[in-house]
Design a protein around this ligand. Structure first.
Ligand SMILES: [Zn+2]
Ligand SMILES: [Zn+2]
Ligand SMILES: [Zn+2]
Length: 209
């Protein structure tokens, strides 16, 4: 399991999509986009492709992502902002999402929520209203949670660990990993509960869509 699937696994837990995620290519590959949007992170130090909402989610996608989801959205953006239908596996309730998927950014707006002026904004996934990035992130990501995410205790070994988690040496030689995994589980649960409790925040505060 790589960090990417862990990060997005949080949303997979909430929503089990009927289709779309691994559906073969339904959109044409966009080489121009790929060329202009190379992104780097620890998973893709030689370069991957930025999610179209990179400014919000910060996710770098693998180079072959177009095979699976050629709109260049990461799983979390697709789940939260995109168009799909599925079942909430916690409640069994049917979910139909009709969001835009790719969000638009705009400079110099006045945010209708915090009333700050001349800030960078983003349009809501289900309507045309624009709010500032800060307010958007607070609603969708509960930003303050990110800060409290447990840090892997051996940063220089993080790649090696996620590539081969079953290796017994992690249990015997690296005593802090067990606690890290426990903390991570707890943090994930807390995040999930917070996310569910704040469902109402993820409707536009102006039109409730
Ligand atoms: Zn994304
Ligand atoms: Zn705001
Ligand atoms: Zn609205």
């Amino acid at each position: 399991m790589k960090i990417l699937s862990f990060k997005n696994g949080f949303f997979d837990l909430l929503f089990r999509s009927n289709k779309t995620i691994m559906e073969p290519q339904t959109w044409p590959r966009d080489l121009d986009y790929e060329e202009k949007n190379v992104g780097y992170d620890w998973q893709y130090p030689k370069g991957g492709i930025k999610c179209k909402n990179f400014e919000l989610c910060g996710v770098v996608l693998p180079k072959d992502w177009w095979l699976y989801k050629a709109r260049y959205l990461c799983t979390a953006c697709h789940d939260q902002f995109g168009t799909w239908s599925g079942t909430n596996i916690m409640t069994g309730e049917k979910i139909i999402k009709t969001g835009k998927g790719v969000l638009e950014f705009k400079d110099n707006i006045e945010c209708p929520i915090c009333l700050e002026e001349n800030v960078r904004g983003v349009n809501q996934p289900n309507c045309e209203h624009i709010i500032c990035l800060k307010c958007f992130k607070r609603c969708y990501y509960g930003d303050e949670m990110k800060e409290s995410c447990p840090k892997f205790p051996y940063p220089e070994l993080i790649n090696e660990y996620y590539d081969d988690q079953e290796n017994p040496k992690w249990k015997t030689d690296y005593s802090l990993i067990e606690k890290y995994n426990k903390d991570l589980d707890e943090w994930d649960d807390k995040k999930l509960r917070k996310f569910q409790n704040e469902e109402n925040l993820r409707n536009c505060s102006l039109c409730r869509k």
